[in-house]
Design a protein. Structure first.
Ligand code: GLA
Length: 378
C-alpha cells in the first residue's frame, strides 16, 4: 500500500511527503453505550488508512483517493466544503482544528486504506484520525492532545457527515495499543489498557457484507430515543439510570423508547462484567455476555438484520464461546470468540451455510489488536 501511495503522490504532486496511518477498530463489548455516558471496550485493529501528506504553501487542500480514483480540491473556509462525501471527512477535520484555534494550511495528500468500508470497522474514524494526527504533527507541533484529536473526528461526523456518533471509534483509532483493549468510561473519559491475549481462544470478525450507512440512518433515531428517556428521568445520560427508574416511568414512554433504554442499562453492566471476567480468564462469562448483547441489540435495540442473526445462530450451533453483532449495526460484522480447537470447523461451517442461504460467503477477518494513529515508520 505504501508504494502505491508514494507513486500516486509523486504522479499527482511530484516528490514525496510524510506518511501517517490510523487504524479501524473492533469492540469486544459495550455497544451504543458511548453516547449514553457508559463504558466501551474496544481495541484498534491491523487494518488501517494511510496518507502521504505535504504542506503546499497555498491556502488550498488537494487530495487524491487511490481507492476511489477520485480527486478533490478545497479551500479552508466554511463555504469551501467539497461535493464528494469522502472529501468531507478531511475537510471536516481541517475545519474542526481551525475552530479550536489550531493551525491548518494548504497541503497535498494521497491516501488509501484496507479497512473494509461499511463493515462496522470504522473506516471513517480511521480516516479522520489519520488526518487529525497528521495535521497536528505538520502544523501544530503536536500541541493538540490526543482526546481532542478524537473529538475532532467525532465533531467531523456530527457537523459534516450527518452521523450523531459517540466517541468510541475515534478514541480507539487514536489511542489503540498493540495487544491491548481499552476500557473507556465515556462520561469521565478515563480509560485503562487491558492486556488482551485470550488463552486458548481466537477472536474473529465475520463480515456479512451487508452494507450499512449510518448517515440519515436509524442510528440517529436510536440516540434520540435514549436522550428522550434520559430527559424524562431528569438525568443527563442513561449512565445514571437503573431498571427500577426505567420501570417507574414505563407507562409514560413509548414501548420502543423503553426497550432502547433497557438495552443500554443492561449493556453498561455487561461491559464491567466482561472486563472482570477477562482478567480472571473466565472466557465462558465473556462469551455469555456477548450472546446477551447480541440478543439485546437484535430484539430490544433493533439494529441487527436477518444476515447477522443468522451468523449468530451458526456461531451458537458451532459451540462458539461468544458471538455478537459489532458496531453501529444494520449490517457489517459479528465478533466471535472461538476456542482454538473449534476455529477451523466454525470458519468452514459459517462460510458454507451463509453461502447456501445468501449466495455469497461472508468475509473473515482474524482480529489482530494493533497500535493507534501514528507517523509511519518502516
Ligand atoms: C458507531 C458509532 C460509535 C458507537 C457505535 C455503537 O460505530 O460511531 O460511536 O456508538 O456505533 O456502539
Amino acid at each position: 500500500m505504501k508504494q502505491k501511495i508514494n507513486k500516486a503522490f509523486d504522479e499527482h504532486f511530484s516528490g514525496a511527503g510524510t506518511i501517517y496511518v490510523a487504524p479501524g477498530r473492533f469492540n469486544l463489548i459495550g455497544e451504543h453505550t458511548d453516547y449514553n455516558g457508559g463504558f466501551v471496550f474496544p481495541g484498534a485493529i491491523d487494518k488501517l488508512m494511510m496518507a502521504e501528506i505535504r504542506p503546499n504553501g497555498t491556502d488550498k487542500v488537494r487530495v487524491y483517493s487511490l481507492d476511489l480514483n477520485d480527486y478533490a480540491e478545497f479551500g479552508l473556509n466554511e463555504a469551501d466544503a467539497p461535493a464528494q462525501s469522502w472529501a468531507r471527512y478531511i475537510f471536516g477535520v481541517c475545519r474542526e482544528i481551525l475552530k479550536r484555534g489550531g493551525k491548518v494550511e494548504g497541503f497535498d495528500a494521497a491516501f488509501a486504506g484496507n479497512v473494509p468500508l461499511g463493515a462496522g470497522l470504522s473506516s471513517s474514524a480511521a480516516l479522520e484520525s489519520c488526518f487529525a494526527n497528521a495535521l497536528n504533527d505538520l502544523f501544530n507541533d503536536n500541541s493538540i492532545d490526543k482526546f481532542e484529536l478524537a473529538r475532532i473526528g467525532q465533531s467531523t461526523e456530527h457537523n459534516y457527515c450527518g452521523v450523531n456518533c459517540g466517541i468510541m471509534d475515534q478514541f480507539a483509532s487514536v489511542f489503540g495499543k498493540k495487544d491491548h483493549l481499552m476500557r473507556l468510561d465515556c462520561r469521565s473519559m478515563e480509560f485503562e489498557y487491558f492486556p488482551f491475549k485470550p488463552e486458548g481462544h481466537k477472536l474473529v470478525l465475520v463480515d456479512s457484507v451487508v452494507k450499512h450507512e449510518l448517515a440519515d440512518s436509524p442510528y440517529n433515531k436510536r440516540r434520540a430515543s435514549c436522550e428522550r428517556v434520559a430527559k424524562r428521568l431528569g438525568i443527563e445520560t442513561l449512565r445514571d439510570a437503573t431498571m427500577e427508574m426505567l420501570d417507574a416511568i414505563k407507562t409514560d414512554i413509548t414501548a420502543e423508547d423503553y426497550f432502547r433504554a433497557k438495552f443500554v442499562i443492561e449493556e453498561k453492566e455487561r461491559v464491567l462484567t466482561v472486563c472482570d471476567a477477562l482478567v480472571a480468564g473466565d472466557y465462558d462469562t465473556v462469551g455469555r455476555c456477548m450472546y446477551e448483547t447480541h440478543a439485546g441489540l437484535s430484539k430490544d435495540y433493533e439494529v441487527s438484520c436477518e444476515e447477522l442473526d443468522y451468523l449468530n445462530d451458526i456461531a451458537k450451533e458451532c459451540g462458539v464461546t461468544g458471538s455478537r453483532i459489532m458496531g453501529g449495526g444494520f449490517g457489517g460484522c459479528t465478533v466471535n470468540l472461538v476456542k482454538d480447537e473449534l476455529y477451523d470447523n466454525f470458519i468452514a461451517t459459517v462460510k458454507e451455510k451463509f453461502n447456501a442461504r445468501y449466495g455469497h460467503e461472508p468475509k473473515i477477518y482474524p482480529v489482530i489488536v494493533s497500535d493507534g494513529a501514528r507517523k509511519y515508520e518502516e
